[in-house]
Design a protein around this ligand. Structure first.
Ligand code: NAP
Length: 326
């Protein structure tokens, strides 16, 4: 019997390829550049499975172009690039990669926070450009992180990993979420619930860890930034459109907040010119980018696809209703 045909929009890693190729006939997009939309729509036409990245929009147009499609496996935990409801209507299973990237992404959000507070990027530039002429008492003084108040917006898997890190820095942890965490979780993490406005007003560092949804789009805009302390920093390693970038630039220009550290942007890879400031750290969407974690994510996506075509339930189905209907 012919193996099911799969399109992978990236060559993936060897481990993931081994998982896939034992069971499936896989067409990999090999270029370093992202697959052009027209090419994606053409290549997916005869495929039963798609392994995609967050840079690919899986919408009605793509589903229309792929009449045989049964599964879309996103190599990411966030799935704002996938119209899950449309997939469900077409009987297409959608999967993501939760859990395997929590610590790596929290490490990176923490790195951003430390970098902006302690002016690491400015210091690096200072040294590289030959401006450093020796130690000085008041040179590039930043802000302490230890002992300060961390406000976590979204106490899910990654938000909780941030709270665990805060314990080692003697920080007070506040969190907000659409639902309050169980008492045992609050106790273990020493995390106190606040509504968003109170969290913004009390925190020295506000770190975003909600998914991008209709409710969280521009969750942080002018009124929210106005509530933050002028000494506070905004960290975003979640998704760009959660922050209204024009409002952030205006708040930075007017000194309404002390700085920002960003891994994600409204229209990647476009960077709002107003963000190119010394008190803003800019990273190119690296949150989960360790070789170990990206390999695990690719393997997880592969395992979901293999499960479906082996007659099992994909472990990370976002729309398990589709499986019940089968
Ligand atoms: P998660 O475990 O689902 O946590 C998200 C938390 O946000 C949950 O507690 C959720 O509540 C809460 N939430 C959802 N909508 C909300 C709203 N409207 N208002 C307040 N809280 C809300 O997800 P995760 O694995 O921690 O990942 C979080 C996000 O990080 C992902 O969706 C992804 O976009 C982003 N991310 C970015 C990178 C990167 O490379 N920079 C890497 C990994 C992840 P419920 O439990 O009630 O849903």
């Amino acid at each position: 019997m012919d193996k099911p045909k799969i399109l992978a929009t990236h060559p993936l890693f060897d481990l993931a390829r081994w998982i896939l190729e034992a069971h499936l006939d896989v067409d990999y997009w090999q270029d370093a550049a992202q697959i052009p939309r027209r090419e994606l729509l053409a290549r997916v036409r005869d495929k039963q499975g798609l392994i995609c990245l967050l840079t690919e929009q899986v919408n009605i147009e793509l589903l229309d172009a792929a009449p045989k499609l049964r599964i879309v496996a996103n190599v990411a935990v966030g799935y704002d690039n996938i119209d899950v409801a449309a997939c469900t209507r077409r009987g297409v299973v959608a999967t993501n990669t939760p859990g395997v990237l929590d610590e790596t992404t929290a490490d990176f959000a923490w790195t951003l926070m430390m970098a902006v507070a302690r002016r690491l990027v400015e210091g690096d530039q200072f040294v590289r450009t030959g401006q450093w002429k020796g130690w000085a008492l008041d040179q590039l003084c930043g802000t302490d992180v230890w002992g300060k108040t961390l406000g976590i917006v979204g106490l899910g898997r990654i938000g909780r990993a941030m709270a665990r890190r805060a314990a080692g820095f003697g920080m007070q942890v506040l969190y907000t979420d659409r639902s309050r965490a169980p008492e045992s979780v609050e106790r273990d993490l020493h995390a106190e619930y606040r509504d968003l406005n109170a969290l913004l007003a009390e925190s020295d560092f506000v770190s975003l860890h909600v998914p991008l949804t209709a409710e969280t789009r521009e969750l942080i805009s002018t009124p929210q930034l106005a509530r933050m302390k002028p000494t506070a920093f905004l960290i975003n390693a979640a998704r760009g459109p959660i922050v209204d970038e024009a409002a952030l630039v205006s708040a930075l220009e007017r000194g309404k907040i002390a700085g920002a550290a960003l891994d994600v942007y409204e229209q990647e890879p476009f960077i709002h010119p107003g963000l190119r400031r010394p008190n803003v750290v800019l990273a190119p969407h690296l949150g989960s980018a360790s070789l170990e974690t990206r390999t695990k994510m690719a393997c997880m996506a592969a395992e979901n696809v293999v499960a479906l075509f082996s007659g099992q339930r994909p472990p990370n189905a976002l729309n398990p209703d589709v499986l019940q209907k089968e």
